[in-house]
Every structure is written in structure tokens, then in C-alpha cells.
Design a protein around this ligand. Structure first.
Ligand SMILES: C[S@@+](CC[C@H](N)C(=O)[O-])C[C@H]1O[C@@H](n2cnc3c(N)ncnc32)[C@H](O)[C@@H]1O
Length: 286
């Protein structure tokens, strides 16, 4: 069954995602793109990667947002329209596309409802100049990555792949238990078979290297400061929830951990660091 994601959670994380993604790899991708690039965003959610990357590409461009969740795709268009209008750009919607008349060119967005777990043959890979994704690959399986690598012929920019270098600061011994429950949950099947979780970057690098891609990888960590209480609370609650589900025998200790961490948030004493990697894969020769 397809895993669903809350649009408000995606909105909460958007500024942290934008601060974390590797600008260097985004520029390197941009250097390889044609004059009017066509881009496919897999698991586009509410469109946060577009709002990060389109201004950097800064010329006419065509995007397809692909996602299984029709509500998130609607929200992607609404949020992107609000964002564009805030930037002072006109937005029109002829036919099935949304057009943003930015000062650097016209940016066209179409949405495509697609279950990526169901079949890769539905992906319009032959008609795009690059494939993008952000915070997606931890939920797919090794088998899915293998099948995807076998049909990929264009550059891929895969942002924000969790790599397991997570820490609560200041650390305490119980973090290890909570994080072990969290990691167990990351491996749960989210519709693609056993999920890769923090193994996503290494599996992607291995499979694309075997297909002859040139690979570049950089860290893109979240560093959530003590002042950002809303996302800190969300992270503490979500870690405690999944740890309780995975380790029911440790429930009381996890409850106490959650209470301590929430208290620290209230006193601006907690910071959280979540490790990610961004990966740029370039087909050879291009
Ligand atoms: C963590 S969210 C990331 C969203 C967005 N890329 C971002 O960075 O904010 C994962 C996205 O994958 C989508 N997704 C999950 N399973 C899917 C599937 N089987 N097919 C297509 N999309 C899927 C979800 O709907 C969600 O939008």
C-alpha cells in the first residue's frame, strides 16, 4: 500500500530542505541542461523541489510533478501559485498546465498521478532532460532502484536521501534505543517492498555505478536549531511514536525520553541533526 505524507509536514520541512540541498550539485545539473529543460520530479509531493530549483535554473522550463497522491498534487499547484504570486509573477492555467510568467522565462508545470511502485513503464523518461527527486528514495526498495537504474538514460538529481547520521543534541543514552526503533520502521514496506531507509544513498550509488553513470555525492544535512520548536516537536513525537510501535516492550522508557526531549525544546536546549546525501548521476557519454 502507498505510504501517504501530510502536506503540512512537507510545508514544515520545506525551509530546512531548501537550506540543506546541495547548491553545488544543483548548479552542476543546471550546467548539463538544455536551453528549455524538461524535468520530471518523482514523488513531487507539494512541489518543494520546484520552488528550490526553478529559480536557480532561471530560464524557460517544463516540469512534470509525478506523485501517487492527488491531494498533494493539487496542493503542489496551489502552494506554487501562492509562492509565485508572492514573488510578483503572474500565473495562468491554460488547459491542464500551470504557467508561471517569471522574469527569467515561462515555467510550465503539469501533474501526473502515478503509482511509482506499480510500473516504471508509465514514466515519460524518453521525453525529459533530467529526472529529479527529493526525500523519496528511503521508501523504495533495492529491486526498485535496480529497475529504475536499468531504464534511466538522462541525468538524475536525487536530493535529501537519509543516511542514518542522526543525532539529538545534547545526546543521551536512550537516543540509541529510540533511533534503533526509528531505523527498524524505516525498513518497513511502504509499497515498494522492504524500504531502503538509510541504505538508499549507497544502493543508488552502487546500482548507477554498475550502469556506467558518473556519480557525485554531497552531504545535505538538516541542522535544526533550538529556536525552531515546531519541527523539533514534530521530530521528537514522530521518533517516539514509531519507536513505541517497533519496541512496545520499551514503551515506558520511550515515554520518559519523549517527556525529557519536549521539556528541552521548551527551554530552547534541544537541537537535532539529520544526515542526508544529495546525489547527482550523469550518464556516460552525455
Ligand atoms: C517525503 S515525501 C517528499 C515530497 C517532496 N519530494 C518533497 O521533497 O517535499 C514522499 C513523496 O512520495 C510520494 N509517494 C510515496 N509513495 C509513492 C508511490 N508509490 N508512487 C508515487 N509517489 C509516491 C508521496 O505521496 C510523497 O509526496
Amino acid at each position: 500500500m502507498t505510504e501517504t505524507f501530510d502536506g503540512d509536514w512537507l510545508a514544515l520541512r520545506e525551509p530546512h530542505d531548501a537550506a540543506a540541498r546541495s547548491l553545488d550539485l544543483a548548479w552542476q545539473l543546471n550546467d548539463r541542461l538544455p536551453q528549455r529543460p524538461r524535468l520530471l520530479d518523482l514523488g513531487a509531493g507539494s512541489g518543494s523541489l520546484f520552488r528550490f530549483l526553478a529559480p536557480l535554473i532561471a530560464r524557460a522550463q517544463v516540469w512534470t510533478f509525478a506523485d501517487a497522491d492527488p491531494d498533494l498534487l493539487d496542493r503542489a499547484l496551489d502552494d506554487t501559485q501562492d509562492w509565485a504570486e508572492t514573488m510578483g509573477w503572474a500565473v495562468t492555467a491554460p488547459g491542464r498546465a500551470m504557467l508561471i510568467h517569471a522574469d527569467t522565462g515561462t515555467w510550465r508545470i503539469e501533474t501526473k498521478r502515478i503509482d511509482l511502485a506499480g510500473g516504471l513503464s508509465q514514466l515519460p523518461l524518453a521525453t525529459v532532460d533530467a529526472v529529479l527527486c527529493s526525500a523519496l528514495l528511503d521508501i523504495v526498495s533495492t529491486d526498485w532502484i535496480r529497475r529504475f537504474a536499468a531504464i534511466l538514460r538522462v541525468p538524475l538529481l536525487a536530493c535529501l536521501n537519509v543516511d542514518g547520521r542522526d543525532s539529538f543534541l545534547p545526546p543521551e543514552p536512550m537516543d540509541r534505543i529510540v533511533l534503533s526503533g526509528f531505523r527498524r520502521d524505516q525498513g518497513r514496506d511502504k509499497g515498494f517492498g522492504p524500504a531502503l531507509g538509510s541504505r538508499a544513498p549507497s544502493v543508488l550509488l552502487t546500482e548507477l555505478a554498475a550502469r556506467g553513470f558518473t556519480l557525485r555525492s554531497q552531504t545535505s544535512d538538516w541542522r535544526i536549531p533550538a529556536s525552531d520548536m515546531a519541527i523539533l516537536e514534530d521530530l521528537v513525537f514522530s521518533h517516539a511514536d514509531v519507536a513505541r510501535r517497533q519496541l512496545p516492550q520499551r514503551r515506558a522508557a520511550i515515554d520518559a525520553w519523549e517527556e525529557r526531549r519536549v521539556d528541552q525544546i521548551g527551554r530552547a536546549r534541544l537541537r537535532i541533526h539529520i544526515g542526508h546525501r544529495d546525489i547527482l548521476a550523469l550518464p556516460n557519454p552525455i
